[in-house]
Design a protein around this ligand. Structure first.
Ligand SMILES: Cc1cc2nc3c(=O)[nH]c(=O)nc-3n(C[C@H](O)[C@H](O)[C@H](O)COP(=O)(O)OP(=O)(O)OC[C@H]3O[C@@H](n4cnc5c(N)ncnc54)[C@H](O)[C@@H]3O)c2cc1C
Length: 376
């Protein structure tokens, strides 16, 4: 049986990044994925992800998002690929929205560039935006958009360049943990390791079952839609990415890149589902198109044109929507990265680095206390 220092189960957003940081240090690493990443089956497809820094979900995330950005820039240099576009990001919502207030607090505390705009000021700057008078817009000029699939492609190429091995289209079926290592069985073979990373996205609940662990993770069906938009208003060189915290819903979206249309999704809600039973046809639920269209009609009416395309994707929610990045409570040589609750991609570089540190030295330089398994 082939033996590795580290095996990574799930080489998607988090796993592929971790594979790179491990291989770069000379750690003998095997990545195993059920698909051929990047692919359309998990949580990372649909071309783009927003990266924000003044974090509405809480200040604790700010150092992690700052570190993540440094690492994305490093990856751009190492791979020679453009992975980030500085479109700016607008966070909008009623003045009393906790999210919008947290954005301002995060910016103040960490001296991040942020412009706070009234509804009128925002409309003057971006005539495609119509916010009610009691809304505030917080604009982060240095934030923007990551090409998520290209990011994974770049990590894959770099990890392999540094000597990592990758098995694709090979699903992990069973894991046997021992005090000093683990044995991983797939459909095609069995592999041994000293340390293990579990980063199987929406399939983490299944994978963790074989390690005797049940965590409050809810894989959830989500959709995202592209609408034909007035390019003179919503093109990526003149319109920011955005997130709107409304009293009963949260919407996020992207300007039109290369004429593809405005891409938009609803962050809250969705249908809990086992990922193997996921209905991947966009439009099966009437809300797939109706939710995002009604947001656009109200807030960005010239972007509510005909539907160009829609995609189905997976979130994996935790109850508090904070991540799980921690060691297995019984087996400290097994690290778990799970429950990214629909806002994890921007952090994948920093999470990969942190996971690699947990695996090699037992501690990470980042403060991961909010992501502990023991909080439940
Ligand atoms: C529509 C949508 C929009 C989003 N927008 C944003 C955004 O704007 N900004 C942001 O920061 N985040 C965003 N996110 C969230 C972000 O994309 C996810 O949090 C992140 O991709 C999760 O990464 P992951 O590594 O956990 O999962 P994945 O990237 O899905 O990786 C998991 C991998 O594990 C593999 N796997 C599963 N089971 C097995 C097994 N048994 N054996 C081997 N391999 C296995 C899978 O094939 C997959 O490749 C969005 C998510 C969606 C769905």
């Amino acid at each position: 049986m082939k033996h590795y220092d580290v095996i990574i189960v799930g080489a998607g957003s988090m796993g592929m990044a971790a594979g790179y940081y491990l291989a770069r240090q000379g750690v003998h690493t095997l990545l195993i994925d059920a698909g051929d990443p990047p692919h359309q089956m998990g949580s990372h497809h649909g071309d783009t992800r927003i990266i924000r820094h003044a974090y509405g979900e809480g200040e604790l995330y700010v150092p992690l998002t700052i570190r993540a950005m440094e690492l994305w820039k490093e990856l751009e240099e190492a791979s020679g690929k453009r992975l980030f576009v500085q479109t700016g990001v607008l966070s909008g919502g009623p003045r009393d929205s906790r999210f919008v207030q947290n954005v301002q607090k995060s910016a103040e505390r960490y001296s991040l560039p942020l412009e706070v705009l009234s509804a009128k000021e925002a409309a003057k700057r971006w005539p495609g935006i119509h916010m009610p008078d009691d809304f505030t817009g917080c604009y982060e000029p240095t934030s923007g958009v990551l090409y998520s699939e290209d990011c994974i492609r770049a990590y894959r190429q770099q990890a392999l360049l540094h000597g990592a091995e990758l098995l694709v289209n090979e699903r992990v079926k069973e894991i046997s943990a021992a005090p000093d290592g683990a044995v991983v069985a797939t459909e095609h073979g069995t592999y041994a390791c000293d340390r293990l990373l579990i980063s199987a996205g929406a399939w983490n609940p299944d994978v963790l079952t074989s390690l005797g662990l049940s965590l409050p993770l809810t894989p959830t069906r989500k959709t995202v839609s592209w609408f034909e938009a007035d390019e003179s208003l919503y093109r990526s060189d003149r319109f920011p990415a955005f997130i709107f915290d409304l009293p009963d819903s949260i919407f996020y979206g992207f300007p039109s890149f290369d004429g593809a249309g405005v891409k938009i999704g609803r962050h809250d809600g969705g249908q809990p589902v086992h990922p193997d039973q996921l209905d991947r046809t966009f439009g099966t639920c009437p809300s797939d198109e109706a939710d995002t269209r009604s947001f656009l009609e109200k807030f960005m009416p010239q972007a509510a044109g005909p539907l160009r395309q829609g995609k189905v994707c997976l979130y994996t929610f935790t109850p508090d929507e904070d991540f799980i990045i921690d060691k297995h409570p019984e087996y400290p040589h097994i690290v778990i990265a799970a429950g990214f609750s629909g806002h994890g991609f921007k952090f994948a570089s920093a999470v990969g680095e942190a996971a690699s540190q947990l695996l090699t030295s037992g501690t990470a330089v980042h403060d991961l206390s909010r992501f502990a398994i023991g909080r439940w």
